[in-house]
Design a protein around this ligand. Structure first.
Ligand SMILES: C[S@@+](CC[C@H](N)C(=O)[O-])C[C@H]1O[C@@H](n2cnc3c(N)ncnc32)[C@H](O)[C@@H]1O
Length: 206
């Protein structure tokens, strides 16, 4: 019986091998690299929040991209993450008030970019998984007025589902530029998509 997924697996393998060779902790690094390149995400950026950062390949990319610019990179995850020189790592749930206060104090100022590759534990029930993923990103969007500099950017992974349109509507009320992007490094069989927002216009005073 021919394996219909052979091509997808080959693509998958290519990024995995590349990640091993280039010392990235995960092949997810290449998804962020595509987003950064396409949307010029890290231009003139010194402060980045990386939500759902473990094992750390997005943090590695952020450290590389921001090096030499007195960068402040704060990486947060539920699970422990090995240290990365140039990044502050916080272990905990981004929805937890105490963790949010830790992030604010570690940042020491407003972020210019918030990136999120957060993924909830998947159940295999597509509707539930996508609902949980959209809720996580909505929480992060709600926190943005407290963390993000006016004019700042936001890029987050979402498992597409029926509520995705509502999430886009919220994003459009906060950012001048909102797009959905599927990087080549993301398997076409995966329902993940990246919500990319630029030019944050909503401040907490509004
Ligand atoms: C796909 S992984 C991230 C991969 C990472 N971007 C990289 O390049 O190595 C998703 C991560 O989201 C984290 N996560 C899920 N829900 C979270 C939450 N509420 N707060 C913080 N991290 C969360 C998970 O623990 C998991 O490590």
């Amino acid at each position: 019986m021919p394996d219909n997924n052979w091509f997808k697996k080959r693509v998958n393998d290519t990024y995995l091998k590349k990640a091993h060779k280039e010392n990235y902790r995960s092949r997810a690094a290449y998804k962020l690299k595509e987003i950064v390149e396409k949307y010029d995400l890290f231009k003139n950026v010194h402060r980045v929040l990386d939500a759902g950062a473990a094992p750390g390949s997005w943090t590695q990319v952020a450290v590389e991209e921001l090096s030499g610019k007195s960068a402040k990179i704060v990486a947060v995850d539920l699970i422990p993450m090995e240290s990365i020189e140039g990044a502050i790592i916080i272990q905990g749930d981004i929805r937890d008030n105490k963790i949010q206060a830790e992030i604010t104090s570690a940042a020491g100022g407003l972020f210019e970019v918030i990136i999120s590759d957060m993924a909830p534990n998947t159940s295999g029930v597509h509707h539930a998984d996508s609902g949980n993923s959209i809720e996580l990103v909505a929480t992060l969007l709600k926190l943005s007025p407290f963390w993000l500099k006016p004019g700042g950017s936001f890029a987050a992974k979402v498992f597409e589902g029926p509520e995705y349109k509502d999430l886009q509507t919220i994003a459009k009320s906060m950012f001048e530029f909102v797009k959905s992007f599927k990087p080549k490094a993301s398997l076409s069989s995966s329902r993940e998509i990246y919500l990319v927002c630029k030019n944050f216009v909503q401040t907490k005073n509004k």
